[in-house]
Design a protein around this ligand. Structure first.
Ligand code: FES
Length: 76
């Protein structure tokens, strides 16, 4: 849900690598959750994901255990 007032981002339009909230139009970058345009003033949480044995695994970005960080991941 949207960091502004809880709008349904899953129903938002996707364009240019961003999702637009259908309630008030805030725009968030899909790569890292950054709020590109308000009225939202806070980003969305972002997750690293992978598919293992047919299951989707997700981990909040920045929560890697010591020594397990993926050196190929560049959140910038
Ligand atoms: S609830 Fe998403 S922009 Fe307001």
């Amino acid at each position: 849900s949207c960091s502004h007032m809880g709008g349904p981002l899953s129903q938002g339009a996707i364009e240019d690598g961003c999702v637009r909230c259908p309630w008030h139009g805030s725009v968030f970058r899909l790569q890292d959750g950054w709020n590109v345009r308000g009225p939202a003033t806070a980003p969305q949480p972002a997750f690293d994901t992978r598919i293992t044995d047919g299951h989707v695994e997700a981990r909040l970005l920045g929560t890697e255990a010591a020594g397990t960080a993926d050196p190929s991941h560049d959140p910038a």
